[in-house]
Design a protein around this ligand. Structure first.
Ligand SMILES: [Zn+2]
Ligand SMILES: [Zn+2]
Length: 269
């Protein structure tokens, strides 16, 4: 029963972290694939770092650079250049470099996020980036010290602070292992394991082809739990999904391709 409670706490903390990153930061702030309601946008901007340890502007900037330079030498975390294990530390170094670049107003970084009308969070401006980590460590100790439930405390801490591992899973598997539905200039892949573990984020090939789609899955066998969260949060009036930019269904796309092929062959004739 105790281990079941630990698993429940881990999953709840992991879900809180994942909702903030995949829905609010990624699909909301970075790509505008969903429009956050004003209060929800403020919540992400001001409290996101306390849930995740990650700066919303810093994260969005690094992520947009990943899309702009995907799998080239300028990509912040490409397994093609860093290797699978190299991404684990490479992504942390790139994130730190992004925050420094934004703080110094370096155009290479600021031009990526000109539309984001808020600064990097004060904990990064004041160079006390570790405060969110200490907060969660404090909560874990409050759980563990009086009760002796250290496993429960660890489940909480590693669930809520799971972003380095989540990021590593997506950034490596999603750019090195798996099939491709679309021809893209990068090496993006669709990895089912990464998608199940990180709420649809493993469908990097679909996502790089249709970056402004709130839905990352394409084939019927692909499941994007993150899009499920978006649908739920839309019902709860937290956000609105941009339906104009949704990834097309395979049927629709094959119709378009058939029509394109017919036009091309008619032109060639
Ligand atoms: Zn990618
Ligand atoms: Zn993206």
């Amino acid at each position: 029963m105790y281990l079941l409670a630990c698993l429940g706490v881990f999953l709840a903390a992991y879900l809180a972290n994942a909702i903030m990153i995949t829905v609010f930061y990624h699909r909301g702030l970075a790509h505008r694939a969903v429009t956050l309601r004003p209060w929800a946008r403020k919540l992400a901007i001001h409290t996101g770092i306390w849930f995740t340890g990650l700066d919303p502007k810093g994260w969005a900037c690094m992520h947009r650079r990943h899309h702009a330079y995907s799998d080239t030498e300028r990509d912040p975390h490409s397994p093609v250049h860093l290797g699978m294990w190299g991404v684990l530390f490479g992504q942390l170094k790139a994130y730190e470099r992004t925050l420094v670049g934004l703080a110094r107003g370096e155009s290479e970084f600021t031009r990526q996020v000109e539309d984001l009308d808020f600064p990097i969070n004060w904990v990064n401006r004041k160079r006390v980036w570790y405060l969110p980590y200490l907060l969660h460590l404090g909560i874990a100790l409050v759980i563990a010290v009086p009760t002796g439930m250290w496993t429960l405390a660890a489940a909480y801490y590693f669930g809520i602070m799971s972003h380095p591992v989540e990021g590593w899973i997506v950034n490596t598997l999603g750019h090195a292992v798996g099939g491709r539905n679309f021809e893209t200039a990068d090496d993006s892949r669709n990895n089912h394991l990464a998608a199940w573990l990180v709420f649809g984020e493993g469908y990097q090939n679909n996502h790089h082809r249709y970056a402004t789609s709130a839905k990352f899955s394409y084939q019927p066998r692909e499941v994007d739990l993150g899009y499920g969260l978006c649908l739920l949060l839309e019902k709860l009036a937290v956000l609105d999904i941009c339906r104009d930019t949704l990834i097309p269904s395979p049927d629709l796309l094959s119709d378009v391709q058939t029509q394109d092929a017919a036009v091309e062959s008619a032109q060639a004739a």
